[in-house]
Design a protein around this ligand. Structure first.
Ligand code: SF4
Ligand code: SF4
Length: 318
């Protein structure tokens, strides 16, 4: 009997237009070895599923309250009653004490309005493929396909390779969105099945990279070079985080690095920092150290683009 191939998935999004060419279906895998301070998918970082609480979905303990009696760790408490215009009365929501919560996820089983949910779920390869194939018509009409993202997809290499292979068997274009942080032998396994790598460059200084992402960049830069040598097609993605990696020194170093890699680099995308992920930190009960950071202005992004264009084109601001 063949073994089932299971992936730890935190989300699957159709109609994605920012993760490679055309209209794509993006499969986000759970677990990442990096911990970037600006991460806008914090629920995808842990290798286990975590509890996510969306207070606006809670119908209040007056009508429900099932989670309070379910939690054996005493991590759920009633908060202060507040007037709700929706029900035209006071309702009492809950607070989750994250110091006591062990992410056992028992409470998610009783919360029918899905205010309490797990940050992902295990899925069989065939079910993920069935979901992807529903979007085939959009791929065909737009030149799109499948993008595997994360988390870090290379951390679940067996599932990632199996999914890429299954997509190629269906003649679907594939992108792998990666930090590049994995042993070369791991990354190399994806080469026969990836049409385009979406490859992050976060900082060219190893110490600064370590400071802001939790790991050094040596392996990442080495792997980018090896990918190019092995014939991989790369689109670099450079998140612009004000005060972190937007110094002239780092912009020049990034430009030089990309230029030296030669013509197999297809595109450089500049991704201005945004605050859209902040709500997710609230749902996980986590602090975001960069929450006061403002997005760079359009004019500033244009300046950075022009500077980098002296090394490499084409460049796109996302
Ligand atoms: S995940 Fe488990 S420990 Fe955490 S609040 Fe829910 S029931 Fe309690
Ligand atoms: S089980 Fe869900 S809806 Fe019910 S009180 Fe708890 S969080 Fe609210």
């Amino acid at each position: 009997m063949s073994q089932e191939i299971i992936g730890r998935i935190y989300d699957i999004q159709g109609f994605s237009v920012h993760d490679g060419p055309g209209i794509r279906t993006s499969v986000f895998l759970s677990g990442c070895p990096l911990s970037c301070l600006w991460c806008h998918n914090p629920e995808s970082v842990p290798f286990h599923y975590v509890l996510s609480y969306t207070s606006v979905k809670c119908i209040g303990i007056e009508k429900c309250g099932l989670c309070l009696s379910t939690c054996k760790k005493n991590a759920i408490k009633a908060s202060q009653p507040n007037y709700s215009p929706l029900s035209e009365s006071d309702i009492t929501l809950i607070d989750v004490d994250r110091k006591k919560c062990t992410d056992c996820l028992d409470c998610t089983q009783v919360c029918k309005p899905r205010a309490l949910i797990a940050s992902g779920k295990d899925m069989k390869l065939e079910d993920v493929m069935a979901r992807i194939l529903k979007d085939r018509a959009y791929f065909n009409n737009s030149g799109g396909g499948l993008t595997i993202s994360g988390g870090e997809a290379l951390a679940q290499i067996d599932f990632t390779v199996a999914l890429l292979k299954a997509a190629k068997n269906e003649n679907i274009h594939t992108c792998l969105d990666t930090t590049g942080f994995a042993a070369w032998k791991t990354l190399e396994r994806t080469l026969p099945y990836v049409d385009l790598y979406l490859y992050d460059l976060k900082h060219m200084d190893p110490n600064q990279h370590q400071k802001y992402t939790g790991v050094s960049n040596e392996l990442i830069l080495e792997n980018a070079q090896k990918l190019v040598t092995a014939g991989g097609k790369i689109q670099f993605r450079f998140p612009i985080i004000p005060g972190v990696n937007d110094s002239a020194k780092n912009l020049h170093a990034t430009g030089k690095f990309i230029k030296a890699l030669g013509p197999s680099i297809q595109l450089l995308q500049l991704l201005p920092y945004h605050q859209l992920g902040l709500l997710k930190y609230d749902k996980l009960g986590k602090e975001n150290e960069l929450k006061h950071l403002k997005s760079p202005s359009d004019a500033v992004m244009q300046e950075y683009k022009q500077l980098l264009e002296s090394y490499f084109t084409p460049i796109q601001i996302h």
